[in-house]
Ligand binder design. Sequence first.
Ligand code: FAD
Length: 497
Amino acid sequence: ASGSHVPALIIGSGYGGSVAALRLAQAGIDVHIIEMGQAWDTPGSDGKIFANTKSPDVRSFWLRTKTKQPVSSFLGFPIDKDVPKYTGILDAEDFSGITVYQGRGVGGGSLVNGGMAVTPPRARFGGVLPSVDANEMYDTYYPRARAGLGVTDIDQSWWETADCYKYARVGRKHAQRSNFDHVFVSNVYDFDYMKAEQAGTVPKSALDAEVIYGNNAGKKSLQKTYLPAAKATNRVAISPLHKVTSVTPRAAGGYTISIEQLNTAGDVVATKTVSADRVFFAAGSVGTSKLLVKLKATGALPNLNNEVGKGWGDNGNVMCGRANHMWDPTGSVQSSIPTTGIDNWAAGGAFAEVAPLPTGIETYASLYLSITNTPNRAEFSYNASTGGVDLSWQKAWKQTSIDMAKTIFNKINSKEGTIYRTDLFGGTKQWQDGLTYHPLGGAVLNKATDNYGRLHGYSGLYVMDGSLIPGNTSVNPFVTITALAERNIENIITTGL
Ligand code: FAD
């Protein structure tokens, strides 16, 4: 309620926010999480909480009037459609030159992501978080994060025969015939549940194309792991459909936080002011960066340093599809949960996830999301004329990523005598080079903050999310975000808040 005071306020309920909530509560500190998205705990008129990727509906997108699907056309036909404006689950947030996809709701990105739970190979860690001791990450915090998230590995003998992974086996065959490293990657999906889906004994989720608009079963999102553990302490409250707009020091000590309450059309129905001794920014790379840049520029938090807003990267994301020969069908039923990748990081700067294209019909397409070692970094800045925050990303920067991904796919295409698909991303584009699923940076560790996420310039303000990571993790990011949050919150609690 307006006017109330809390010891610790957390902005956002994704990985960073959920880790902070659990560990603060276990240390005896009462926590209130403010989350701008919905709770996602109530079924719609179809009896399901989440929409299917085969038929996006009002629940699918955050305050858009037209869907913006990452694979935007099929056989050359645009597949996006008009939808009513609604506080849906997936935000396709447009900046100049790039659309940043993010989860909205209690659980953040864990609601919409593919569950790929990848720990970067240790040799690459120095390039990911140069100021962090790798030994303590690999000995303590990565294992702690994997346990907290419920990370598991697929039964490879089942994978070898499952119809729903035919596409992945085709992906492996093509990778290996071109002498690339093919790797299995861990996931938070319950693979025993997936086996039951295939056996037909439980409602289908991964095997019914559910993923980026939520999974009605099977996936261990934060709603199944950190968040119930946090709530079980009886010290954690969550306010969904509440958006933080300002944080400023108050004379009596601590901070004043301004909050807008939203309805499901996105209208502001109330504004509230609360106070907190400590504020944890966990609004995601974009959410935290936008808040900090604006609060510094508008004088609410003028002492933040000049590193705020800098060091933002897209994890080098680019997508492409390959057109297979008729003798390499990828299957009409494809598990929406990826299990494999092609690792050409050392030689070519690319790690490609073998992705599903679960349309329900045979497509003869292999789809890939590549993570690449691009050096390009953008900066957020406050725009006084619009009152918004801009990002200095340039679309042409994706060419570096395309070139790195081509070190894999040009070679496979020439070996297999195949070509890139041109019917998936609008027009005749071979590459989806206008998006990222993996925003990282904007409040970089040991630059905008100390080496544990304490913001410079203020005491009692902390950053807990992907904005701490300087632009690239060389693999999918959420295990690293979670492990870093575990490391930082332990230090913050044990050395005094
Ligand atoms: P988030 O999880 O983004 O959480 C931030 C939360 O803060 C959100 O819930 C947001 O609504 C809320 N918020 C923002 N601003 C405010 C505000 N002002 N007030 C209140 N609340 C606010 N990563 C992987 O590792 N593996 C994958 O397989 C994978 N697949 C992905 C697929 C998709 C479609 C997408 C979009 C992402 C995927 N990712 C994947 C990326 C991963 O989900 C993100 O890296 C991760 O969620 C980021 O965690 P975070 O804690 O930094 O922030």
